[in-house]
Each structure stands twice: as C-alpha cells, then as structure tokens.
Design a protein. Sequence first.
Length: 184
Amino acid sequence: MKIIIPLCLLLTLLACNNKSVYRKAADEIVEQIPANHHLNVGNRRYNIYVPAGWTTNTRTEYGIDYYFLLAPKTAADPNTNINVITEDMQHYTLEEYMQKTIQAVMKAIPSAVILDQGLIETDSLKGAWYKYNMEPRGIKATLVSYVFPKDNIAYIITAGTQTKDAGRYRPLFDSVATSFRFIN
C-alpha cells in the first residue's frame, strides 16, 4: 500500500514559493515517496469551515489535487495552512488505514515523531486523527491529520504550522475538522 499522507502533510506546512527552504524540504521528502495511483478519487461535495481572514484555493501539486485553506501570512507565521485531499482506502478499515499511514509517515520523514492520536466525530461522521512533529531541513513543524472515511475513500484534512504556534492553532484546526460535512 502506498499512502500519500507524507506528501499531503508536507504540503500542508510547505505551501509556499518555489525558491524557499520550505520547497527544498518538500522536494526532498517527495523523492522518498513512491508513486500513488489511489489519489484524487473522491468526488463527493463537502462543506468545511474557513476561519475568518483565511483564504482558499485549489491547486495541483505533485499530481495531487488539493483544496487549501491558508492563514494570513506574516513574517512570524508564513506557512500555517490546512488542506483536503482524497485517497482510495483500498478496503482497509479506518484502523488499518491509520496504522499504514503512520508507518508511511515514519518511513518518508525520518524526523517525524508521532505525538498523539485518537478518534474524532462530527455530527454525521466518525474518523481518526494523529498529531506529529517533524523537522525537515531544520524547519520545526507540527501537523495534525484528520481522516474521515466514506464509501472506501479517505477524506484527509491535514493542518500544519510551526511547532512554536501549534498550541495556539490546535483548537482552530479541530474546529475546521469537525465542521467537515458532505453535501447530499
């Protein structure tokens, strides 16, 4: 199984210009990830809360379709963002999928340290999440990935920020994740 989570988590943090140290870190990690043909499979429409002052955009990076929620950029906080992607779960249960995803993160990003994991519920969905730190090229980042399965498709929301801001952003990240709803 080739899980794409390492790439989406990385792009969550590294949504930035092509010449930066952030982009170089992203490129180095991407080189470690095998091709994945199980992406961009979800076509269900959904709603998600966009925090005040944040912007959104849709773009394709490394062949993956992303929906980004971007925090206002400042010199002190240049890369905080959230993204949503989809992946075929290949008939794994949520628990199996999460285990394989975490294994893939640890393999692709040697500096990754899993800090915590658990379950999450919205008013209509049950999912799981995991939180981890990583430090590619000296960039200290904390990310939380939330996974909501629906019809054998993982809807993956990955939120990331600098480690120094992680405590401040976590309630907002959770709020965005729990707002996720499918449009019937």
